[in-house]
Design a protein around this ligand. Sequence first.
Ligand SMILES: Nc1ncnc2c1ncn2[C@@H]1O[C@H](COP(=O)(O)OP(=O)(O)OP(=O)(O)O)[C@@H](O)[C@H]1O
Ligand SMILES: [Mg+2]
Length: 517
Amino acid sequence: MGEMWAKPGSLVAGAMFLWVMFQQYTPHQFRSYIEKYSQKLVSFVYPYIQITFQEFSEDRFKRSEAYVAIENYLSVNASTRAKRLKADVIKDSQSLVLSMDDREEVTDEFKGVKLWWASHKNPPKTQTFSFYPAADEKRFYKLTFHKNHREMFVGSYLNHVMKEGKAIEVRNRQRKLYTNNPSDKWHGYRRTLWSHVAFEHPARFETLAMEPKKKEEIVNDLTIFSRRKEYYSKIGKAWKRGYLLYGPPGTGKSTMIAAMANLLDYDIYDLELTSVKSNTELRMLLIETRNKSIIVIEDIDCSLDLTGQRKKKKETNEEEKKDPIRKMEKEGESKESKVTLSGLLNVIDGLWSTCGEERLIIFTTNYVEKLDPALIRRGRMDKHIELSYCCFEAFKVLAKNYLDLDSHHLFASIRRLLEETNMTPADVAENLMPKSVTGDPGTTCLESLIQALETAKEEARVKAEKEAKEKEEEEERLKGEKEGKEKEATAGEVKEKEASGEKEKQNGVAVKENGVV
Ligand SMILES: Nc1ncnc2c1ncn2[C@@H]1O[C@H](COP(=O)(O)OP(=O)(O)OP(=O)(O)O)[C@@H](O)[C@H]1O
Ligand SMILES: [Mg+2]
């Protein structure tokens, strides 16, 4: 037995020795010449063609669409044949999707001809002992087929894979809510710019409390937008639309965004601008977003000093200089984010905004008047939607949602009170939430709402009175100050006149004394 293995063993060792000698001592030109012809010889003997599909291209900006399509295609067409599989939960966290694991190979058939798919992973160049894959690890798929069928595979088969893969992606699509990672986490394991969770918000336009006419207008606007691919290309505009939602806190801005995503079946990218350090980072984040999505910047007035960055920075006043906490905050602010207004405008509206299509960009704010007009001009923010205090129509939607009531004898008083006072839909909704399981929830909740409205009305009256009084006092004070100044001025004038009269008199006496009359 030992003798049987000794011969091939020494043959292998001899071949390896010769190979090393060849590599070390043959001149470079000669070596490449030999390599070229040996490859020709191999291709003559080995009649297969291989195509590689990398997960990321060289610049690593974006996951390759071809790779993703192949991954989806193989998840359906290969998962019954592969032996090692990866599982992922999709679609409302209910169904499991299987895909090929790394370094697995499967066969596929197209028009009766066999071909092979293999998933590979390039080992990292730098060796680290870590639980997670290294940063320079690269995944790719390799397709192998016989060279006789080159035309068919390169043409129709690959088209078929791309089409199928994209269709599977749409079918399996679990909508996601993304948030941007800080840039120091953009390296290493999986290099993701965005983290996500499954998006399962129950908000719908039917349950959104607002004037029916306004609601219908928004729904129509969104529906038309989502069907207008050809129209946008005809008029030469990127297929995107900007919405500005503004209004006091608790009037349903965030709820409306969720309802929009549910209506159009889009993903949401919740962009936290304060953790984006520069305009370049902002652009990279945008490139990584996918089509059919809503990019949201909430409370845009708080995210950046977008109103002041164009102007010269305000001088810090003396008090701020002395206050160490305020000083630290200021320093932190200047280090935190260098995203500028022009950077943001470029992303919404400039050349970079055209990468990707079918996207909504939404800003929300409580203080629309604070924003730079350039940011919200039409074309950038195409539609401005004001979400305001609860009107009677909006209340009726909430009463239907929360209490299943279409009418009630207390509705009349609520209508009057809502006209007389301001209450946000969030506060109305809170009062309409049944707090007890016994009794008639409808009447109890409506009564509690009436009480809350009356309290709010009384508070508003007291506040208005206080403000009027303060205003009156301020006016009195200003008037007093003005009068005081006027009095001082007249007294000054009188004194001056008296002084000049005195002088003239003295001059007269002096002239008389000198006898020049
Ligand atoms: N128009 C509305 N229709 C239905 N529910 C609403 C409406 N407005 C507010 N709500 C309710 O009030 C809660 C708060 O609303 P939401 O978070 O949408 O307000 P917002 O305008 O985004 O406030 P903020 O400016 O503070 O972010 C929601 O959970 C929702 O249940
Ligand atoms: Mg909100």
